[in-house]
Design a protein around this ligand. Structure first.
Ligand code: SF4
Length: 701
């Protein structure tokens, strides 16, 4: 019969960076259904993940007891443990025993091999408070800046370019500003799949006559609605964007006042784009010169033009250069600093913005305060009550570098909270070997992930609806997620686990409530200084920068100044750098990886969500129908995709959204983990790997 909820809890969606507000309807410690709430980003709307992807929390495979690897059981890279046979690999333990073993083992590594032999990976799925405490644990307990999370695989390059160019790594304008823009460029993003509710505002804008320009090597639902769709050749972003800038310079469409009063470095940029005429770039990027001219003119001359981008821009060895070009376009035309303009890197995870803000990155303390600056370290040493000179003055290792250091035996101990690098890291066979080689691996998660299969100690954590905390969406909106369920069995809240681990490695912490952590954060992070816990409880959401109490929060920034030296932005020119691995006779096709609407990242949650897994149950590769024909494979038939690093077998789906010669594979399927095939070469500035391009061979069967 119809079940009536006995409790309603107001929270936010655990999946993407759009940050939809929702209401959990609960009965007997189970979510019955989810409804959209009238939040600033979603106005009641939810996508299929937010609405139906909740029952993972009560899945029978949830970890409910701490686990310790059995003596003598080897770590086999690539092995996924059948949930029915967990007891052959691990034994259940008390919290006391598991925490003591984990803490003592890591401490011993630190004391024997030095702080740099330890690393912590936090998670963009956790709250701001979890991220903050986790980085504080690594910096003050492990004793180095070896802390990172999946922003490294996501928008690290966008953030690097934004910090360098305009002084802030976050968006300048919220997604909802598409309703006020006349021209909207969406480049290297597939928002109907990855930011579905945000995509609805973009679609409406297009239907209302705004000029939507989609630029992407792949077709998408959004490109069908576009005023112009530039299906450029994979890996040719810089050629295309420099050509647009060339047009803007040559046709006198630059905003001279803006350039003069608010920027530096224009002459260098102007000189650089000189060699990139649309006629010269057309054969490289595959877009006719006249289209490049038309789009450049339209962007430059509209009353308000906005650029939104995703991983198609960022996940390249030249990801930082790609973002530099987008920034330069906005600066040379003055299309920033007003509603309906600006730069918006669409953030992926629900809290990747907040986790980065909270300092879960190796080169910066909370609020992007640089670890290399002595006065910054002195300030944090004072706030964290440390002896002067305690904090490490060198940036730590990034995600991909950590795997290399572990393979070389330099990193020996790793504490992972909520991430799954065995699935998400490029060249995952190598990453799994590196994980297996560690002296001690502690994994804190809600399921026995592919990474946890290689752990020494597994700590059963809490799912999103089982805890309270703040989460920052792609619009810089700090929102409150509230606890709706009790964790199952002996599973504990992550904040408690971090604190217990901190105690074991010698830190004397005593935070009783999540709000105390938030309060400490706002005193160390000027941008959220004015946001109080009380206000969040009342208002549910506040946008930063919000510097003083009573400050309403600022959704559109840079109207007068840029937060850089002298208050001015900086142009940084970019030249063409090819992908690290190009197709050749042996590996003739291009592999592009990404996501699917129904599944989230490494699949640990959504593949255990009944409705979502029923819609997309099997690993698929999206291949152009003519390529599939040429391979002699029927739609739905088996394919093998192989690179110099690894191979997987999965089902081929005929799909003309990819151009011929390029195959698209989502990275969420453990049984066909595509990251075993991808390349781990990375952008030299941001250390983001090239997940959007490598050479593969595709064969039938
Ligand atoms: Fe959740 Fe994103 Fe879907 Fe909104 S758009 S319901 S935040 S997954």
């Amino acid at each position: 019969g119809l079940q009536v909820p006995d409790k309603k809890v107001e929270s936010v969606c655990p999946y993407c960076g759009v940050g939809c507000q929702l209401t959990y309807n609960i009965k007997d410690n189970k979510i019955l259904y989810v409804e959209g709430r009238d939040g600033p980003a979603n106005h009641g709307r939810l996508c299929v993940k937010g609405r139906y992807g909740f029952d993972y929390a009560s899945h029978p495979q949830r970890l409910t007891k701490p686990l310790i690897r059995k003596a003598g059981v080897p770590k086999v890279p690539g092995e996924t443990i059948d949930p029915a046979r967990v007891h052959e690999y691990f034994r259940e333990a008390s919290w006391e025993e598991a925490l003591d073993l984990a803490g003592n083992s890591l401490k011993k590594i630190r004391d024997t091999h030095g702080p740099k032999a330890l690393v912590g990976f936090g998670s963009a799925k956790g709250s701001n408070e979890e991220a903050y405490l986790f980085q504080k644990l690594v910096r003050t307990g492990f004793g180095s800046n070896n802390v990172d999370h999946c922003t490294r695989l996501c928008h690290a390059s966008s953030v690097a370019a934004l910090l360098e160019g305009i002084g802030s790594g976050a968006v300048s304008n919220p997604v909802m500003d598409v309703t006020q823009a006349d021209v909207i460029i969406v480049i290297g993003a597939n928002p109907t799949v990855n930011h579905p509710v945000a995509a609805t505002w973009m679609k409406n804008a297009a239907k209302n006559g705004k000029k939507l320009i989609v630029m992407d090597p792949r077709k998408s639902d959004l490109s069908r609605l576009a005023w112009r769709f530039l299906q450029f050749k994979p890996d040719t972003d810089v050629a295309m964007l420099n050509a647009m800038m060339h047009v803007i310079v040559h046709e006198g469409l630059v905003n001279e006042d803006f350039i003069k009063s608010r920027t530096i470095g224009y002459d260098e940029l102007k000189k650089n784009v000189e060699g990139y005429s649309p006629e010269a770039m057309a054969p490289i990027c595959g877009i006719p010169a006249e289209t490049l001219r038309e789009v450049a003119r339209t962007y430059a001359t509209s009353k308000g033009s906005m650029i939104l981008w995703g991983m198609g821009v960022s996940q390249h060895v030249h990801g930082t250069d790609n973002a530099r070009c987008l920034i330069a376009l906005a600066l040379m035309t003055g299309q920033i600093g007003r509603p309906g303009t600006g730069l918006h890197p669409l953030r992926g995870q629900n809290n990747v913005q907040g986790a980065s803000d909270a300092g879960l990155i190796p080169m910066m303390f909370p609020d992007y305060q640089k670890v290399i600056e002595p006065q910054v370290r002195a300030k944090f040493e004072q706030m964290w009550k440390l002896k002067p000179g305690t904090l490490d003055d060198k940036p730590g290792l990034t995600v991909v570098e950590v795997m290399h250091a572990a393979a070389e035996g330099k990193v020996k101990g790793l504490y992972i909270m909520g991430e799954n690098p065995a699935m998400s890291d490029p060249d995952a066979n190598h990453a799994r070997e590196a994980l297996a080689k560690l002296d001690h691996l502690v994994v804190q998660d809600i399921f026995l992930t592919e990474t946890a299969c290689l752990a020494d100690v597994v700590l059963p954590a809490s799912a999103f609806p089982e805890k309270t905390g703040t989460f920052t969406n792609t619009d810089r909106l700090v929102q409150l997620g509230r606890q709706a369920l009790q964790p199952p069995g002996d599973a504990k809240q992550d904040l408690w686990i971090i604190q217990e681990m901190a105690r074991r490695i010698g830190l004397d912490w005593n935070y009783e409530h999540v709000s105390e952590v938030f309060d400490e954060m706002r005193h160390t992070m000027p941008s959220i200084g004015g946001i109080t816990w009380d206000r969040l409880e009342r208002q549910h959401a506040v946008t930063y920068p919000c510097v003083k109490e009573g400050d309403p929060g600022t959704s559109v920034v840079f109207d007068h100044d840029f937060p850089r030296e002298g208050g001015v932005a900086r142009f940084v020119p970019a030249d063409i750098i090819p992908a690290a691995e190009r197709p050749d006779a042996e590996y003739p096709m291009v592999l592009i990886t990404g996501r699917q609407l129904e599944h989230w990242h490494t699949g640990s949650m959504t593949r255990r969500a009944g409705v979502l897994d029923a819609i997309e149950p099997d690993p698929v590769a999206l291949v152009h129908p003519l390529d599939l024909d040429a391979l002699g494979v029927q739609p739905g038939g088996l394919l093998t995709i192989e690179s110099r690093r690894g191979k997987i077998t999965l089902y081929g789906r005929a799909d003309d959204s990819s151009p011929r010669g390029a195959v698209f594979v989502p990275f969420c399927y453990y049984e066909a983990a595509i990251n075993r095939v991808t390349n781990d070469k990375f952008d030299p500035v941001a250390k983001i790997p090239e997940l959007k391009y490598c050479a593969v061979r595709v064969t039938a069967g």
